[in-house]
Design a protein around this ligand. Sequence first.
Ligand SMILES: [Zn+2]
Length: 362
Amino acid sequence: MAPAGSRTTPGFPARNLPNLQVLSPGLFWKWAFLPAISFMIPSIPKDFQWIPCENCGSDSFDRVVSRDPSAVVRCKSCGLEFINPLPEEDYLASLYQSEMQGKNDTGPYFKEYIEDRSRNARSYEKIYFKRMELIEGFVPAKGALLDLGCGAGFFLDFAKKRGWEAHGLDILPEYIDLARNQLGLDNVHCSRLEEMDFPENRFRVVTLWDLIEHLRHPLDYLRRINRIMEADGKLVIWTPNTRNAAYLRDRWTGYGPRQHLYFFSRDTLGPLLQKAGFQPAYWQTTKTKKGMFIPQDSLTFQKIVKPASRWGRIVFSMKRDLNNFINPMTYLSPVMDELGFGFNLLVVAVKSRPLSPDACNS
Ligand SMILES: [Zn+2]
């Protein structure tokens, strides 16, 4: 229930309006006053839609931060954070295409991503190795693995080489071309999960690396995943962690990317997983140092270009090591990660109950 005095009508971000009950106890004043302040009420931007909370259905929110032309809100009932009004699917698809195919100094972003993955292949392989070791600790044997939002397929390629039957989906055609033609992956499709007709109980493991924050309806999506997973199958999700915003709050870098629609913590992702028929079995947060004190407008997340000369690189490394040595966060960060404040949130969840077909059409 919304607290007395708060406005929850679509189009009224709760914090933005005066508390009418404080201003005037009687109905007369409310009706007399509303037209006078109507010019203050923000209209819903084109291509955007007001939605209730995906987790609990409440329509009462606090504004966390403005993100033109919309805002990040926090559900007053369950704490889930998301963009409201929410962009329409077509708007998001064109945003994704333009951001990935759009050009910066060095070319389209997707090319930069591919070059980065190729140039730093050994670093990424270490990451993939850790991920697969973790996953394989939860399953009795290797089987069919589906990576949703698989990008150009580098993680899938690694999984395939370890003996997994690797499947992937992404909506950027350039990624799927590369996955097929350069990495030789067969089971990758330029498609959304909703458009595929995977049979029930098809996959032993489903992974979402940096995907769930991009979805318009994550609960519906998780329910679809439940349907195509084996009994006792494992779902792995990696996403930015809102508890990392404890210090920076509205300036937290996780709120920045325009493609991010939902913002989770263990407290809000856990209930969503349970509603979709999953039981979280393992939580981890990492890189507190990366996000906790680095605001959105900082340049720290931009790619670091190392000097070309050998001596330049040595001096660069010494400076970096010295900075790390004197920075207290170097020592505090692992503790903060353990306490759940890391920038990245990782969960391994077990399919604990099958859902009926109707549950995916809610
Ligand atoms: Zn809620």
